[in-house]
Design a protein around this ligand. Structure first.
Ligand SMILES: [Mn+2]
Length: 338
C-alpha cells in the first residue's frame, strides 16, 4: 500500500512566496513601494516590487534554521502595494509613510520592497511610530548595505534624491548609521564618513582586501549593536554581476553570502532588535529573473531570521505598549512641510 501523495499547499499568485493568506493579525507583512522619481539612469524600479513577488515563487520554502517550510507556523501577509498617491515628491514621501505606519505597531515585522532608495526617509519616519522607538529617533540604529554612501546633501538640486537617502534618514537624529559595501561616493561624502562620529562605513575595497580584510570587524560591529534597528538593503550593495538590472549596478561589491552573513549576524546580535527591513532598487531583469530573484532570496532570509528570533524569545511583541496614538504623534505632512 502506498502512502497518500502530500497535498500541495495552495500557491497564490501575487503573494510573497506564493503563500496563501492566513486569517488574523499577521506576524510578518510584505509591503510594496513601487516608487521611482529620482533614479539616476536605470529605469524600472517602480516595477521592482511586483517582479520580486513573482520571482519569490521560485524561492525554496525550506531553510535548515527553521527545520520546516515557511511560513513555519507564522502568518505572512502580502499587503496591497502603495498606490502612488501624492502630487509631488514630498507628498509622495508622506504618502509612503502613511501607508507604512500601521505596520510598525510592534507586533508585525514589516518587510518593504522598493522602489528606489529615496523611500528610506519615509520608512524611517514610519519607524518612529514603532513602540521601541516611540518618536525618539535617537534610539534607532540604521544598518545600510549599499554600493553608494547615499550621504549627499543634494543631487541635481534635489535633497530627496536616492543619492541622499542616508543623509535624509540621519536628519531624523538617528543613533548611528553603519554602512557596508560602499564603493561609490563623492569627496563631500568621504569627508563626512571620516568626520561624522554617528557614521561608520565599511568600504568594499577594505572588505575585499586580501592582506587586511575588514570583514571580521564588520561582523564584530554588528554583534555590538544595541536597541531597535532598521536594515536597509540597496540591492546594488551586491556585486553588479549579481544584480545587473538594478538602477546603478557597480562592480566590486559584496557576495551573496556576505549579505546573508550580515543578516544572520545582525538578527542574532544579543542586544539588538531588528524591527523592520527593506530591499530596494530592485529592477526586473528581462532575459533572466536573477536581479529580482536575488532580492526575493534576501528578503526571505530576513523573514527566516525574524521567525527564528520569535521562536527564541529574542523578539518581543511590543504592540501592547503601542503609543502610536498616544505619545508619538505621527505627522501626516512631515515631508511636505520641510
Ligand atoms: Mn542606495
Amino acid at each position: 500500500m502506498s502512502l497518500p501523495a502530500p497535498v500541495a499547499e495552495e500557491f497564490v499568485e501575487g503573494n510573497f512566496l506564493g503563500l496563501p493568506e492566513q486569517g488574523g493579525s499577521p506576524d510578518i507583512v510584505i509591503l510594496q513601494v513601487p516608487y521611482e522619481l529620482t533614479t539616476s539612469y536605470g529605469q524600472g524600479t517602480e516595477l521592482g516590487p511586483s517582479a520580486c513577488i513573482e520571482a519569490s515563487g521560485q524561492v525554496e520554502l525550506f531553510d535548515p534554521l527553521l527545520g520546516e517550510d515557511l511560513p513555519a507556523g507564522y502568518k505572512i501577509k502580502t499587503a496591497e502595494p502603495w498606490n502612488g498617491e501624492g502630487g509631488n515628491l514630498r507628498k509622495q514621501l508622506d504618502g509612503i509613510s502613511k501607508y507604512l505606519v500601521p505596520w510598525f505597531d510592534g507586533h508585525k515585522f514589516p518587510v518593504i520592497l522598493g522602489g528606489e532608495h529615496g523611500i528610506l526617509p519615509a520608512i524611517i519616519n514610519a519607524a518612529g511610530g514603532h513602540p521601541l522607538v516611540n518618536g525618539d529617533f535617537s534610539q534607532l540604529t540604521l544598518v545600510q548595505i549599499d554600493a553608494h554612501a547615499d550621504l549627499r546633501q543634494e543631487l541635481n538640486g534635489e535633497p530627496f534624491s536616492h543619492a541622499c537617502a542616508a543623509s535624509r534618514a540621519m536628519d531624523f537624529g538617528l543613533k548611528h548609521l553603519y554602512q557596508v559595501g560602499i564603493r561609490a561616493f563623492s569627496k563631500n561624502e568621504y569627508e563626512r564618513i571620516q568626520s561624522d562620529d554617528d557614521v561608520t562605513t565599511f568600504f568594499a575595497s577594505d572588505i575585499h582586501s586580501s592582506s587586511n580584510s575588514s570583514w571580521g570587524r564588520w561582523i564584530e560591529t554588528l554583534a555590538s549593536i544595541e536597541g531597535p534597528v532598521h536594515l536597509t538593503i540597496d540591492i546594488d550593495g551586491l556585486d553588479g554581476s549579481l544584480v545587473p538590472a538594478t538602477g546603478t549596478p557597480v562592480p566590486g561589491g559584496l557576495t551573496f553570502w556576505q549579505i546573508i552573513e550580515t543578516i544572520q549576524e545582525l538578527f542574532s546580535a544579543s542586544k539588538a532588535t531588528v524591527i523592520s527591513m527593506d530591499v530596494n532598487e530592485i529592477v526586473p531583469q528581462k532575459d533572466t529573473p536573477l536581479t529580482q530573484f536575488t532580492a526575493a532570496m534576501i528578503a526571505t532570509k530576513g523573514i527566516i531570521h525574524h521567525i527564528d528570533n520569535r521562536r527564541n524569545g529574542k523578539w518581543a511583541d511590543t504592540s501592547e505598549d503601542n503609543d502610536i496614538q498616544n505619545n508619538h504623534v505621527f505627522d501626516k505632512n512631515y515631508f511636505e512641510k520641510l
